[in-house]
Design a protein around this ligand. Structure first.
Ligand code: GSH
Length: 225
């Protein structure tokens, strides 16, 4: 299998985490967004939307990060990421769906403002995104204070789907451009201790290092392989 991805994409990060958790053999195809790699005719032939992640498994081409997780879960059943019982599956999809509906849109708006200096959104609107992100993190904090993983006592697709967006927010929070937004996210261990502990558990997963966005690493630090 080949996985096409770009550094720092939360969607691509999901796919890489799922591959690692499954222990699935894969070849990494790291694309460079700034060089237009996602818009070449070759890549568009594979993925007409020109977006990563893309998983190529023989003749099968799978796009959309959540669909890639589902594909891998079917192909490599252990450990199960989408539940073993109806109840587990329901809890996992609920957490994923809530993240897609609420945390991600807010996180994307905050990240766009901070990383790309996009000030097209009025201050009160971006303030709303900050409020929304905070409310979602508070909900996660409460859930993770009661259980180890977002949807129960086992790592699931919910953790894999949500985690990269938490990292995106944390990275944004550390930038000067985020100061006017008053994210109140750092230090995480103080603001959201249960999320901080959950984050440590994700970072301790085997293969995690290989999924970490290369351009987020401090200069000179290499991926531990
Ligand atoms: N819904 C898609 C979103 C994928 C997406 O937006 N990927 C972005 C990176 S975060 C991308 O490939 N952008 C490259 C481009 O638009 O050229 C998924 O879940 O996989």
């Amino acid at each position: 299998m080949e996985i096409y991805w770009i550094s720092g994409s939360p969607y691509a990060w999901r796919a890489l985490l799922a591959l690692e958790v499954k222990g699935a053999p894969y070849v990494s195809r790291l694309l460079d967004f700034s060089k237009g790699d996602t818009k070449t005719p070759e890549f568009l032939a594979l993925a007409p939307r020109g977006k990563v992640p893309v998983l190529k498994d023989g003749d099968h081409v799978q796009t959309e990060s959540l669909a890639i997780i589902a594909y891998l879960d079917r192909k490599f059943p252990a450990p199960p990421l989408l539940g073993r019982t109806a109840e587990e599956t329901g809890r996992i999809w609920r957490a994923i769906s809530e993240s897609v509906s609420y945390l991600e849109p807010a996180g994307r708006r905050i990240a766009t403002r901070v990383f790309f200096g996009d000030t097209s959104e009025p201050a009160d609107q971006i303030g709303k995104a900050v409020e929304e992100a905070r409310a979602e993190l508070r909900g996660m904090e409460d859930a993770l204070a009661r259980r180890r993983w977002l949807a129960g006592d086992q790592l699931s697709a919910a953790d894999i789907a949500v985690y990269p967006f938490v990292e995106l927010l944390l990275r944004a929070a550390g930038k000067d451009a985020a100061q006017p937004l008053d994210l109140r996210l750092l230090p995480l261990a103080k603001t959201y201790p249960a999320i901080a502990a959950w984050r440590e558990r994700i970072m301790a997963l085997p293969g995690y290092e290989r999924t970490f966005p290369p351009h987020w690493r401090p200069a000179g630090a290499a991926a531990a392989r």
